[in-house]
Design a protein around this ligand. Sequence first.
Ligand code: PBG
Length: 324
Amino acid sequence: MKFPEYRPRRLRKNEIFRRMIRETHLGPEDLILPLFVCPGKSVRKPILSMPGNFQLSIDQLIEEVKEAKSLGIPGVILFGIPEKKDEVGSQGYAEDGIVQRAIRSVKEKVDGILVMTDVCLCEYTSHGHCGVVKDGDVVNDDTLELLARQALSHAKAGADMVAPSDMMDGRVGAIRDALDGNGFQDTPIMAYAAKYASSFYGPFREAAESPPQFGDRKSYQMDPANGDEALREVRLDLEEGADMVMVKPALPYLDIIYRVKQAFNIPVAAYNVSGEFALVKAAAQQGWVDGELVMMEVLTSIKRAGADVILTYFAKDAARRLGG
Ligand code: PBG
């Protein structure tokens, strides 16, 4: 193929040609909406660094889930902001914890949309780390039991899928065992398998009130410089029983999404995280970029890289544009 016989522009002539040969299709069914649930009634507290996102009390959460469903979005993922925090994050696995109550309520009032849950300690611990802290260290094995308890409590409340985001070694296996041992063999696990120690989580930590109170997360989340290691992490999680794996963040890690999809041929999720969202929103607010078009380009590129599902704060806006 060479010029002048071959002219790629021939098939770019107009939108009908372009639509006909388009390789990547994005639909509302590809999107999962992250939601923050907090105690109280009629609470709809804006998250300043994430325009259009809120901390929602359960009654408001229900409305949001209904809207997501009406737009054709297949699932939401819940993050909890508990009333109180402690050393071991006990509100994370409490039967009447905020997320557990939210799951029950959504399941009772809305059907036809999946309720997924983030399984992690950082929103529930006073120190803000994703695991148990001893002598200033985040201790791996002691954390596993707490994560398993939390995942099980979500399943008992009716969660359709649990998603561990802590990055402790062995957590997927521990959670699988706990679920299987209690009659939840059919509850799938979406593992945050390749989760990087990223600076793109800033706005989320404001939203979830979960920044680490000392140090950082580099002893458990991955080094942004590593790609091969992501494949090892994914392999481990699959061997331990993960049904889907996630790469997070998404846009700065498109190569990782691509490699994971190529290497394993399994359902891959990508988390278009809070900082990715905030960057686009901020530039759009300044009038420096067209926020809607950048949003669609970002989501399309994540799908093109190999993601089957995208967790994104753009889910409602994108679904609306996509005619959901
Ligand atoms: C919990 C968790 C985080 C995010 C998802 N689950 C924060 C973190 O690891 O610090 C980030 C999501 C986002 O930035 O949108 N561990």
